[in-house]
Design a protein around this ligand. Structure first.
Ligand code: SF4
Ligand code: SF4
Length: 389
């Protein structure tokens, strides 16, 4: 990107970690008297949280600095996301946890489940039993019930009312937000792309926290700026840069070292397929369902997370992303000790190399800087295999 290009979101937080923008937003909402509830996962039913009038705060952490504190209680051979998140709570240094008055948790991976037990007595913590066989007919019913129960927990904890009409309103709001965010992602599909991974990441991060009403002006202004960039011939990287699709575990904070390495090696990231990227904004909620909870249940059961079995939707979603973003290479980022994403990587590799005839690289990493040079060597090597354009 050329020097002097106006940031997509020019609110004083451009160039800062996206957590700063989100924290400032949450603090403003608290000052206005809104209640904040912490979430840990892409399965958290935002439509019910918002129907209750609450603001969600993302509690997943991506910082190396709290890993040591996490490891005083948790095993060292556990996913860094869990250790870092727990380390922040243990050291009482997480402003997102501090501002949250309750926590919503889901039974996704074993590490998270057991970590929730350790923090359950600090704040009201509601654990939702997430079905892990999404294709079984009972899954829809069971998850629907869990989502309804969440409404009951929120009503009891915050003295609010969750109505069907409120859930329907929030379903429509989410559909609108997703539509606009996907219009932003469409720009990353252009060759060359006028948007950076950092800009996509900033918007997707903020989109988890901010309401559709508050996001609308941000997204509309970003769309106008992107149209102008295209008209002015402004793009990111070089026209011939290898295009990279990144898939796998959620990546943020210190783990974005992988994104930076890809760029330094000459690649341009055009697709961020993870819960910290575009995954949260895929799909569509049925707006006219007889039971709005079933609509919410159906949409979340479609989230292609590796904790599901089988997780065949991940391959279908990858097909769509490959066809849309035209990557030259797929890089799967797996956090240390995340067994489900690690094992699933075999299937993803076979699928990408077999069906799409594309180079594939799995990177196993954590939040420490110790493996930066080793990752760089591997990324440079895989990008070398991309035929010159
Ligand atoms: S990767 Fe799976 S467990 Fe992790 S946040 Fe996303 S949906 Fe939740
Ligand atoms: S990255 Fe894997 S191990 Fe870590 S919290 Fe997510 S699903 Fe669990």
């Amino acid at each position: 990107m050329r020097e002097g290009i106006e940031p997509l979101v020019n609110d004083g937080f451009a160039g800062e970690p996206p957590t700063k923008r989100c924290l400032s937003y949450l603090q403003t909402q608290r000052e206005k008297g809104k209640h904040v509830v912490g979430i840990y996962c892409g399965y958290a039913p935002m439509e019910v949280i918002r129907a209750a009038g609450l603001v969600p705060a993302v509690l997943c952490a991506f910082a190396d600095k709290t890993i040591a504190a996490g490891e005083t209680v948790l095993p060292a051979n556990l996913c860094p996301l869990i250790k870092s998140s727990y380390g922040f709570i243990k050291t009482d240094t997480c402003p997102f946890y501090a501002i949250s008055e309750a926590v919503i948790a889901e039974t996704t991976c074993d590490g998270k489940k057991k970590m929730f037990e350790l923090i359950a007595d600090i704040k009201p913590t509601h654990v939702m039993d997430l079905p892990q066989l999404p294709d079984q007919k009972e899954a829809l019913e069971n998850w629907s019930k869990m989502i309804k129960n969440l409404g009951g927990f929120l009503e009891k904890t915050f003295g609010c009312k969750v109505t069907d009409a409120g859930v329907i309103r929030e379903i429509k709001n989410t559909n609108l937000k997703n539509k606009l965010l996907n219009q932003i992602f469409d720009f990353a599909a252009l060759t060359p792309s006028p948007i950076t991974w950092q800009e996509i990441y900033d918007l997707t991060y903020f989109g988890q926290v901010a309401t559709t009403e508050d996001m609308l002006p941000v997204l509309e202004s970003a769309l106008t700026k992107l149209q102008k960039r295209v008209a002015d011939g402004v793009y990111h990287g070089k026209k011939e840069s290898p295009r990279v699709l990144v898939t796998g575990c959620p990546v943020g904070g210190d783990a974005t070292k992988v994104f930076k390495i890809i760029e330094e090696a000459g690649g341009v990231i055009v697709c961020l397929d993870s819960c910290t990227g575009m995954k949260a904004y895929a799909g569509h909620f049925e707006e006219n369902a007889t039971d709005p909870y079933q609509s919410v249940s159906r949409r979340y059961l479609d989230v292609p997370c590796s904790c599901m079995t089988p997780n065949s939707r991940r391959l279908t979603e990858l097909d769509g992303m490959v066809n849309k973003f035209h990557p030259d290479v797929v890089i799967d980022v797996v956090l240390h000790a995340c067994h489900s994403y690690n094992i699933e990587s075999q299937k993803v590799k076979a699928y990408i190399e077999g069906k799409h005839k594309m180079p594939f690289l799995k990177i196993e990493t954590d939040y420490s800087p110790g493996d930066v040079e080793q990752i760089r060597t591997r990324v440079e090597a895989i990008l070398e295999t991309v035929p010159k354009k």
